[in-house]
Design a protein around this ligand. Structure first.
Ligand code: ADP
Length: 257
C-alpha cells in the first residue's frame, strides 16, 4: 500500500498525567517522515486537541460547558499543529491542517472540496494532519454535525483519500476477547474478517482518562473499512516504530481484513 492513513489516540501523544509527550510526538513525526522518504503517501489523523489545550491552560479536568470545551480545543489544536509543524520540518517535511465536519459525508460539494484538498496536498508531498473541527461540530447536535470520534473520522478519511490501509495506534496491543485492562486472561485476535454482533459484544468503553471511544468506535471504524474492502490494523502506539513492523506485515496488533 502506497497511501496510508495513520490515526493516533490522545493516549499515544499525552502522558497519563496530562502533559504532552514530546518524545512520542517527535518519534511519530520522524517515522512518518521516513515513510514519506520511502515514497509512501501518509495522512495523519491526530486526536489530542483538548488534552493539549488543557495542558496549555494548566487545567487538569475538562471544563463542564460545551463552549468552554470548544475554546480549549481551539487553543490545543493550534499548539498541537505548532508541535507537529516543528517536528516534521526538522525531518524535512511540510504539514497541512485539515479540519473536517460531518458535512463531508452529507454534502457532495463539501466532499468534493475535501477530496480536492487532500489530492493537492499529497501531490505536493505534504502530510495532511486531520482532526474534527470542534468549533462547528457541537456535541449536543451529535447526529447533525459530528463524527463524534476520530476513529470513525479516520475511516472516512481512508475512503476520501482512496488509501487502502488504516493503521490505528492506541494504548492497547489490539482487539481482545475482553477488555485486557480489566481481565488478565484476555486474548488478542490476530485477524478479524467480519464485525458481527458477537464481536461487537466483546468491545467495551475506554477505561483511560483521555480516551474517548474505547473499542466500540474502533470497531465502527473497522466496519466502514471492511465494507469499503480495505484493511485496518489496530496496534499499540507506545512504541511508534511499530508502524515499520505493521508495514512489513509482521504479526503485531489485530488486522481487520
Ligand atoms: P485511544 O485514546 O487510543 O483512542 P481508547 O482509550 O479510546 O484509546 O480505547 C482503547 C481502550 O479500549 C483500551 O485501553 C481498553 O481499555 C478498552 N477496551 C475495551 N474493550 C476492549 C477489547 N475487547 N479489546 C481491547 N481493548 C478494549
Amino acid at each position: 500500500s502506497k497511501r496510508i492513513v495513520i490515526k493516533v489516540g490522545t493516549s499515544t501523544i499525552m502522558y497519563p498525567n496530562g502533559a504532552i509527550n514530546l518524545k512520542q510526538m517527535e518519534k511519530l513525526s520522524f517515522v512518518l517522515s521516513d515513510l514519506k522518504n520511502q515514497g509512501k503517501e501518509v495522512i495523519l489523523v491526530s486526536s489530542g486537541a483538548i488534552g493539549v489545550g488543557l495542558s496549555r491552560m494548566n487545567l487538569t479536568e475538562r471544563p463542564v460547558t460545551i463552549p468552554e470545551q470548544q475554546a480549549i480545543a481551539a487553543i490545543g489544536q493550534t499548539e498541537l499543529m505548532r508541535l507537529y509543524s516543528k517536528f516534521f520540518f526538522h525531518y524535512g517535511h511540510q504539514i497541512g491542517q485539515v479540519l473536517l465536519t460531518k458535512d463531508v459525508t452529507d454534502f457532495p460539494v463539501s466532499r468534493k472540496n475535501t477530496v480536492n484538498t487532500f489530492e493537492q496536498l499529497l501531490y505536493k508531498h505534504i502530510v495532511p494532519i486531520v482532526n474534527e473541527n470542534d468549533t462547528v461540530s457541537v456535541e449536543e447536535l451529535d447526529h447533525l454535525t459530528r463524527f463524534g470520534d476520530n476513529d470513525t473520522l479516520s475511516a472516512i478519511v481512508l475512503e476520501l483519500t482512496e488509501a487502502d490501509l488504516l493503521i490505528m495506534l492506541s494504548d492497547i496491543d489490539g482487539f481482545y476477547d475482553k477488555n485486557p485492562m480489566e481481565y488478565q486472561d484476555a486474548e488478542r485476535f490476530d485477524i478479524i474478517h467480519d464485525i458481527t454482533d458477537d464481536i461487537l459484544d466483546l468491545a467495551q468503553d475506554s477505561t483511560t482518562k483521555f480516551g474517548t471511544g474505547g473499542m466500540i468506535t474502533k470497531l465502527n471504524a473497522a466496519q466502514i473499512v471492511l465494507e469499503a474492502r480495505k484493511r485496518m490494523v489496530l496496534a499499540n502506539g507506545s512504541d511508534i516504530s511499530i508502524l515499520f513492523d505493521v508495514l512489513k506485515g509482521k504479526d503485531v496488533g489485530t488486522l481487520f481484513s
